[in-house]
Design a protein around this ligand. Structure first.
Ligand code: C5P
Length: 230
């Protein structure tokens, strides 16, 4: 497996993995893998091509030929599918349900393995997901398992949606989060579990900056340092 250093950031939806991963990638000047976006794009492609989420053979075939591109922009990453920007569509509630459905298909996870590993390029990779430390990059030098209470996660999700002008009630978001947690932790392939050597951080009472600082400290303890500016 690759010798390029990888920091894995795993955990349930809404714990702050995306924000932390983006901050880490920026401060270390490393590449970023948002693996959830890959599953979201596949769910979206199924929907737009009329492929049933349950039809594993068809979803795997489509996944193998998937033309997806990630492009860093402002405070996030733009996602392109077959030359069309789908950043907004894949972040909708339908996008979340589709991602969770296709993520439970073993063939899809296998089809994505090499694509994800190929992103471990110099000087390093921050990998955001559910199974980064357990399956995709088991020998990564730093694995973080970021959690937060379901209530804290639902509140954050509501604030994010409100910023985008969408309003969804808190109880509905809490239900959706609990349902997704259950499906992500209960599936037979790559269930959401912390790697044995992962450092657990509960972000419920911590600011994003505090979590970022803590992970940079852990990285420094393991000899991982930000690249000196040119
Ligand atoms: O992280 P995000 O919420 O964008 O992920 C969307 C869905 O994709 C998750 O609910 C999960 O079902 C799935 N996923 C996964 N493995 C990953 C990343 C995401 O199963 N490594």
């Amino acid at each position: 497996m690759s010798r390029v250093p990888v920091i894995c950031v795993d955990g349930p939806s809404g714990a702050g993995k995306g924000t932390l991963s983006l901050q880490l990638a920026r401060s270390l000047d490393w590449h970023l893998l948002d693996s959830g976006a890959l599953y979201r794009v596949i769910g979206h492609a199924c929907w737009s091509q009329g492929i049933d989420w349950q039809d594993e053979a068809a979803v795997v075939r489509m996944t193998r030929g998937l033309d997806v591109r990630f492009e860093p922009v402002g405070d996030g990453v733009a996602v392109w599918l077959e030359g069309q920007e789908v950043s907004r569509e894949i972040r909708s509630e339908r996008g979340s349900r589709g991602a969770s459905a296709v993520a439970a298909l073993p063939g899809v996870r296998i089809a994505l393995l090499n694509r994800q590993r190929a992103l471990a390029q110099s000087p390093g990779l921050v990998a955001d997901g559910r199974d980064m430390g357990t399956v995709v990059f088991p020998d990564a030098p730093l694995k973080i398992f970021l959690t937060a209470t379901a209530e804290a996660r639902a509140q954050r999700r509501q604030a994010q949606l409100m910023e985008k002008g969408e309003s969804v009630s808190l109880p509905r978001l809490l239900d959706a989060i609990n349902e997704r947690d259950l499906s992500d932790s209960g599936r037979s392939v790559s269930p959401l579990v912390a790697a044995e050597d992962a450092v657990r951080i509960d972000s419920s009472e911590l600011s994003a900056d505090a979590v970022h600082e803590r992970v940079l400290e852990l990285a420094a303890e393991r000899g991982i340092k930000a690249r000196a500016p040119n």
